[in-house]
Design a protein around this ligand. Structure first.
Ligand code: XIL
Length: 376
């Protein structure tokens, strides 16, 4: 039965008004595009030898369809945000739980994506039982067993491993600027070489990465990382890349772009690649408009990528999440700049899974890289 003409026109007017109101609510810098025709980050990057990736959890992939769709559109690489951390996989000496990363690996395989293993050796997210073992003289055995257990379980299925994470902290005053950790106290600086050699023995196919943060803000840290890399390479340690976590700041800290340029050059000069492993942007000013905040986030990321891409083409460009919906930087315990737990807008998609200015700047900077003539 057809609707009377007057009623039909009234319904159209109401629908138009509702759409107009919705458009007003949407920040100007986001855009709802029909994603069918738009080139994806994954497509643009892989034509330039870059794998774009994101940190995820198995639950996000299995339960959040809109998030999963964005991952499948824009990512060629997944990394577990926390499901491969020691405290997650080895809750006790014989109490292992690999279900989370197993699910991520399965999802990646079923969808033609690669995975990163993160991390094998870190000072954080360590269960008490393991810390006690390290302090009780069993550090070497524990290190070896953990790497053989974890890297062995996923051998040949992991594109790259963050073998050692965050081992440099000059302010701790240790030789070589090393971070004062239970590993260092138990084994000396040799634990780093040991970890890489065992990881390579267990999984010779994987690219082995030393991963750290703030080399783009702290010259002393950058210098200490370069010195560590040189020392490892001089000893023939199987180290393939340095991971720059790339947790950038909008206002609180100023990027040291010349220092970042020199750091990339120095690493490449050692015959070691540079990869981006945890890119996101930490906000300090939550009072400005969403548009202004998104503009700042895109601007600092653009400057960062311009500097890195001028020196090298990272084979991995991994974000620490894909959507603000799950950003760790919205949690006060991980972001001292955000004690109220406000939404941090430092990822390419907003909470409603709409692309933001950051998404566009990632695309623009990836497209600024010459085509490599090969798909990866
Ligand atoms: C963080 C995750 O984002 C959190 O969800 C988790 O609870 C703790 O670890 N550098 C790293 C990552 O290498 O492993 C950290 O990830 C963030 C800082």
């Amino acid at each position: 039965m057809s609707m009377p003409r007057r009623e039909f026109l009234g319904a159209c007017m109401a629908a138009a008004a509702s759409l107009a109101r919705a458009a007003e609510r949407m920040p100007l810098n986001t855009k709802v595009v029909s994603l069918a025709e738009e080139e994806t980050l994954r497509q643009a990057a892989q034509r330039r030898g870059i794998k774009v990736g994101a940190a995820v959890s198995s639950e996000q992939l299995l339960r959040d369809d809109s998030f999963k769709a964005a991952v499948l559109r824009d990512c060629a690489l997944l990394v577990p945000e926390w499901e491969l951390k020691w405290a997650t996989v080895c809750k006790g000496p014989l109490q292992n739980d690999f279900s989370g990363f197993d699910a991520i690996v399965r999802f990646a395989r079923e969808n033609g994506l690669a995975v990163r293993g993160h991390p094998l050796v870190w000072h954080a997210a360590m269960p008490d039982w393991a810390l006690n073992e390290i302090r009780n003289g069993n550090a070497a055995r524990l290190l070896d067993e953990h790497i053989r257990l974890v890297a062995g379980r996923y051998a040949t299925r992991v594109f790259s491993w963050d073998v050692v994470n965050e081992a440099i902290k000059p302010e701790d005053g240790m030789p070589g600027g090393l971070r004062d950790t239970p590993w260092l106290r138990a084994l000396g600086d040799g634990y780093i070489e040991r970890a890489f050699r065992i990881a390579h023995e267990v999984d010779p196919t994987a690219r082995l990465v030393y991963n750290d943060y703030n080399m783009e803000y702290e010259p002393a840290k950058a210098k200490a990382i370069v010195a560590l890399v040189k020392k490892l390479k001089d000893k023939g340690v199987p180290l393939h890349a340095v991971g720059m976590q790339s947790h950038l700041w909008t206002t609180r800290r100023k990027l040291d772009l010349p220092g970042l340029r020199d750091f990339c050059r120095a690493i490449v000069r050692e015959g070691v690649e540079v990869v981006i492993t945890e890119l996101d942007v930490r906000e300090s000013d939550f009072d400005s408009s969403a548009e202004e905040r998104d503009r700042r986030i895109a601007s600092v990321t653009g400057a960062y990528l311009d500097t890195v891409f001028a020196e090298c083409v990272p084979r991995e460009l991994v974000l620490w999440g894909l959507s603000d919906r799950y950003s760790w930087l919205s949690k006060p315990k991980f972001n001292p700049e955000n004690p109220q737990g406000l939404l941090n807008r430092g990822l390419p998609y907003d909470r409603e899974m709409r692309q933001k200015a950051l998404w566009q700047v990632l695309m623009d900077k990836i497209r600024s890289v010459p085509l490599s003539g090969k798909q990866i």
